[in-house]
Design a protein around this ligand. Sequence first.
Ligand SMILES: Cc1cc2nc3c(=O)[nH]c(=O)nc-3n(C[C@H](O)[C@H](O)[C@H](O)COP(=O)(O)O)c2cc1C
Length: 206
Amino acid sequence: MSNPNIEKNALFKLSYGMYVLTAEDEGKDNGCIINTCIQVAEDPTTVVIAVNKGGFTHDMIAKTKKFNVSVLDESTPMEVFEHFGFQSGKNVNKFESPVYGAKKSENGIYYLSEHINAYLSGYVTEMIDLGTHTLFIATVVKAQKLADTAGATYDFYSKNIKPAPSPKAKGWVCKICGYVYEGEELPADFICPWCKHPASDFEKLV
Ligand SMILES: Cc1cc2nc3c(=O)[nH]c(=O)nc-3n(C[C@H](O)[C@H](O)[C@H](O)COP(=O)(O)O)c2cc1C
């Protein structure tokens, strides 16, 4: 439900990093893009991740309680966001062929070794239901730096990686991922098929 007191453009001023969140369950590997991972405590070293309940990675982590986070750097091409963020492991095997130097860490879960500067492995200690998302609170069991490159922030992704919509495109564009809905009116309950964000994150193309 949209709240007139909440300007979406104010929330876009928050800073985020960009990550590939990976999981493994009964031999099945999967991963998705998230921008919501922060360290929240030092001892024990604790991070939180917020994951949309509609995603397959969400269900895998809720079941297995473990995950890896690969920290994307500024060299990351759009294909990485498309591969992990615009399709679901419910329909495709994102690790069918070797992707972006994927390697398994000690917990049996893939992390990427290309376009990332670090990865960490988390073990979930608490799950909080936040409506659209689950907040997973996790103890970090491994963290390794892989490069000195600058991490890609959400702002960097928006300005330098995400392609601008074609000047010929008509309709509504998702401000998060660039998906274009072709149509005069965007349904109020529309959910972006690529990144799962709601209609309020779309703007009309003029
Ligand atoms: C730029 C970008 C940021 C995203 N941030 C998040 C996020 O913070 N949390 C989340 O659950 N999904 C996020 N997504 C959406 C998921 O990556 C997407 O829905 C993915 O297809 C889910 O795949 P899965 O079903 O295999 O888990 C983001 C996608 C993009 C492109």
